[in-house]
Design a protein around this ligand. Structure first.
Ligand code: GLA
Length: 407
């Protein structure tokens, strides 16, 4: 049985590809190349918009942007994954609620400029930009955040050549501000009501580590994630089942959580303890709340175990169990899994994974499995064979190595 592994590009390879596309499209070499990673969330799902904790890491798979600054306010865009050249004037970008003229993937690009300007950072120049990416699309691995963060890095770089701008990429504080702008671009211009974990991961993770992200105050703690040295692998299973965050399901989960918080008199569900009295909520609100509150606790427990020492014995066992419990909670109480995700988890566990769960928003997308390296091939084969028997799309696999942030 053939196994499809989605390899990442080296930085050089990515830069070469995107520079060639730029030159072929715009007839000159780009002034700079920037890039930003996709992410996997190790644990802490649907917690970010509830003011809770998540534990993502950056993937080696990145989106590349080759750019040249323009003297006007026009953004010309081309993508290796799209068709033709698109052109948008930054003066015409407006929020999603009004008659927004920017549709499709360019909204993620010009939305970032709009959000930086809204944050009072002055008027940004237009640019020519070519995009290429090895982050799979629609796989729940944050290809949209990778795109936003790569162009955020480009605008920061252009503006850093002007007198009043200190490079935001150079400091944690500056990166946090770029995260905010990318979230606004996604929420207000692209129209996806996501919570911010993806942008934080893409801009603030470090190679070799996960971040413990506290969405209440946007603070992050870097925690080493040396799975490789421990003989383990974090395997990503891209189910290639239909997946979309903008189709209303995600927004509906978020709205239910907000309604539940309001009824309970808290700003965010993260303020509730494990023993909170949920009896005043509808049955559905109780289920969603139960997931959020327990998931935040699992994420903190996971982080504490990681900080306590190596991936061995009972500690490793406990880490795996937390991942698998997270999946169960997302399946039963949050109802965001699909058969492809459940079966990927089931087969991974049956074939030697220490723990497994869906990652990202759900409704399709990807699952992850923490697997002893010597069992990785067996897990991939078992999942691929089962998918074939079930008549699902052929799964793709990625090796998730904790990687560097946007640059
Ligand atoms: C998507 C969103 C994130 C987060 C996850 C679920 O990836 O973009 O903000 O809510 O779903 O944890």
């Amino acid at each position: 049985m053939s196994i499809v592994v989605n390899e990442s590009w080296t930085l050089e390879e990515g830069a070469d590809r995107v520079s060639a596309l730029f030159e072929q499209t715009f007839g000159a070499r780009p002034q700079a190349v920037h890039s930003a990673p996709g992410r996997v969330n190790v644990i802490g799902e649907h917690t970010d918009y509830n003011g809770g904790f998540a534990l993502p890491m950056a993937l080696p798979h990145r989106t590349y942007a080759a750019v040249s600054k323009r003297d006007d306010r026009v953004v010309r865009l081309v993508s290796a994954q799209g068709q033709g050249v698109r052109e948008v004037n930054l003066d015409e970008v407006d929020t999603h609620d009004s008659d927004n003229p920017v549709q499709g993937w360019p909204a993620y690009v010009v939305g970032v400029a709009w959000a930086l300007e809204q944050a009072g950072l002055g008027e940004l120049p237009g640019m020519d930009v070519a995009i290429d990416s090895c982050v799979p699309f629609g796989a729940g691995l944050s290809s949209s955040a990778a795109l936003e963060c790569a162009v955020a890095a480009a605008w920061d770089d252009f503006m850093s050549q002007t007198p009043d701008w200190s490079p935001m990429l150079a400091t944690e504080e500056g990166r946090a501000k770029l995260v905010e702008a990318c979230i606004r671009a996604e929420n207000d211009i692209a129209g996806a009501p996501t919570g911010g974990m993806d942008q934080a991961a893409s801009l603030r993770c470090k190679a070799g580590s996960v971040i413990l992200l506290d969405s209440k105050d946007s603070s992050v703690r870097h925690i080493p994630f040396a799975i490789d040295e421990a003989g383990l692998e974090l395997l990503v299973i891209d189910t290639r089942a239909e997946h979309s965050l903008a189709d209303g399901q995600y927004a509906e989960r978020r709205a239910t959580c907000e309604a539940a918080a309001k009824k309970l008199g808290v700003e965010f569900l993260s303020e509730l303890g494990m023993d909170a009295d949920l009896s005043g909520l509808s049955q559905l609100e109780q289920m969603r709340t139960r997931h959020v509150v327990s998931e935040i606790q699992r994420t903190l427990d996971f982080a504490q175990l990681l900080e306590a020492g190596d991936f061995v014995g009972e500690r490793l066992q406990a880490l795996g169990e937390l991942m698998t419990e997270s999946h169960e909670s997302l399946r039963v109480d949050y109802e965001v899994t699909v058969p492809e995700l459940d079966i990927a988890v089931e087969e991974a566990l049956a074939n030697g994974a220490v723990g497994a769960r869906m990652t990202g928003g759900g409704f399709g997308g990807s699952a992850i499995a923490l697997v002893p390296k010597e069992k990785s091939a067996r897990v991939m084969e078992a999942i691929a064979a089962r998918y074939e028997r079930e008549g699902f799309n052929e799964p793709h696999f990625l090796h998730a190595v904790p990687s560097a942030p946007a640059e």
